[in-house]
Design a protein around this ligand. Structure first.
Ligand code: SF4
Length: 474
């Protein structure tokens, strides 16, 4: 699968490089702590927050259990309102469907509103190969695009940049050498840059936050209003969405909209929520195509625990609280879905990808992600589950046998020692002899390099508890 986001190195190496970037760490710390503070405040205002979360999880689980039925209902409803549904088994099929529609409509330029799914399928590269320029309408996506960069956050794709870096980028790309690094000046520059492009576009490509099965409606949630231009001005609108985005009814949509804004940006209500269905003659786009992408989702659905990741509504709350994400940022994950959700979703969407298999280890298992997740995804449980899946796959392919042997041997020996008091005391005596090795980082134990490279070996106490008890209570 084409994946423009995949880094050169797997997560452990990519993370080490990111950790060395002090500006990146400062940018991330500032941005995530601000969003966290705002989120905590507005979530605290909702008395029935936990009930709402449970309701959302139940709706998602029910929908995923009956996904075939709801997708068929969605397709029928879209067709009834003058739209057309296209099915794509994988990223390649999805790219081809969209590129054919764009080229067929005679467009050389398309306007896009923030769509993670188009990033997931690597759409922009294929459009470029077919001579079509994609213009991002979202401010943060525009920053990423102009800088030849990659998104590093689900909701705030340019979170890794500070306003001075953005000013320099805009000054270069837009020919504005005197641009001030103030947020209002930067937003105005982007507005003027984009506005003239909006008016000339005949094809728009959007993502979808939710798809409503009973009416064929598409809900797009954004903060700037640019997306609404992309959804209303072009003659042809192509929406690209994963099959997991479907919810059964309009009432269900209301539950998710209440959760999403507070979890994502710490706002009580989302600034621009556009809900549209099909085609209305003489008003808005006159051709509507909905491309439904599987790309590994039905495989994830087959795993009773793994499928809980498909509840995700992409609010990014789990990224903003994750101590690992806050230090390394999104690029190290090599996926359009970084942070805790990326660590559990990407390996399921790309099970054969070596890089993706390292992601479930990108966590301290502290559980902060599960605490904030508005749809109650048990992310730490999933991480442990996917680690075992990765180990089993590596073992089956013979990749891990030799590397695991010392660890297995040690754990077996420890198991025996812990089961017998005398053996256990002998082990404690040995640990006391080894005291000089403890307390310092970088002392690598043979066969356990991965564990001891970045952890200090604990120093054994001079007296064990048992011995202290015997001596003090004689
Ligand atoms: S896993 Fe939960 S917290 Fe993270 S992005 Fe998805 S819905 Fe939001």
């Amino acid at each position: 699968m084409r994946d423009a986001l995949r880094p050169e190195a797997p997560f452990p190496a990519a993370a080490r490089t990111a950790l060395a970037d002090a500006t990146l760490r400062a940018n991330l710390r500032r941005a995530t702590s601000t969003i966290r503070r705002r989120r905590d405040q507005v979530v605290g205002e909702v008395e029935d927050w936990d009930r709402l979360r449970a309701q959302a999880a139940a709706i998602k689980d029910h929908t995923l259990r009956h996904l075939d039925r709801y997708l068929a209902q969605l397709e029928a409803a879209v067709a009834e309102r003058g739209g057309q549904v296209h099915w794509a088994r994988d990223a390649a099929e999805a790219r081809d469907v969209v590129a054919d529609l764009v080229v067929g409509a005679g467009a050389r330029r398309v306007l896009k509103v923030k769509s993670l799914t188009t990033e997931e399928i690597g759409l922009n590269d294929v459009l470029a190969e077919r001579g079509v320029e994609a213009v991002e309408s979202d401010l943060a996506e525009l920053i990423v695009q102009l800088g030849g960069d990659r998104p590093s956050h689900i909701v705030v794709p340019a979170i890794h940049k500070n306003r001075f870096e953005i000013r320099d980028l805009f000054a270069r790309a837009m020919g504005l050498p005197d641009l001030a690094p103030e947020p209002t000046a930067l937003a105005e520059a982007a507005r003027l840059y984009l506005r003239e492009r909006f008016l000339a576009m005949t094809v728009g490509i959007s993502g979808a936050n939710f798809l409503v099965a009973d009416t064929g409606a598409v809900a797009v949630v954004e903060s700037e209003g640019n997306g609404r231009m992309c959804l209303t001005l072009p003659h042809t609108l192509i929406t690209v969405a994963g099959i997991d985005k479907v919810v059964p009814t309009f009432e269900d949509l209301g539950v998710f909209l209440r959760l999403l804004a507070r979890s994502a940006t710490g706002e009580r209500m989302n600034p621009y929520t556009t809900v549209f269905s099909g085609v209305v003659p003489g008003d808005g786009p006159q051709a509507f195509h909905l491309v439904l992408v599987d790309n590994g989702r039905t495989r994830a659905l087959a795993d009773p625990l793994g499928r809980t990741a498909l509840r995700c509504i992409r609010c990014a709350a789990c990224l903003n609280v994750c101590p690992v994400y806050e230090r390394v940022g999104g690029h190290a994950y090599g996926s359009v879905y970084p942070g805790p959700i990326g660590a559990v979703l990407t390996p399921q969407l790309r099970p054969d990808d070596e890089h993706a298999r390292t992601l479930p280890y990108a966590s301290t298992l502290c559980g902060a992600c599960a605490d904030v997740c508005p749809v109650g995804i048990p992310i730490p449980r999933l991480l442990v589950h996917l680690r075992s899946v990765a180990v089993r796959a590596d073992e089956a392919s013979g990749r891990l046998g030799a590397r695991l042997a010392p660890e297995r041997l040690m754990l077996r020996a420890l198991g025996r020692a812990f089961a017998q008091p005398r053996q256990f005391e002998r082990l404690q005596a040995l640990a006391r002899v080894m005291r000089p090795l403890g307390g310092r980082q970088g002392r690598r134990l043979p066969g356990l390099g991965g564990w001891t490279r970045s952890r200090a070996l604990p120093t054994a106490p001079r007296r064990s508890f048992r011995r202290w008890w015997r001596e003090e209570h004689r």
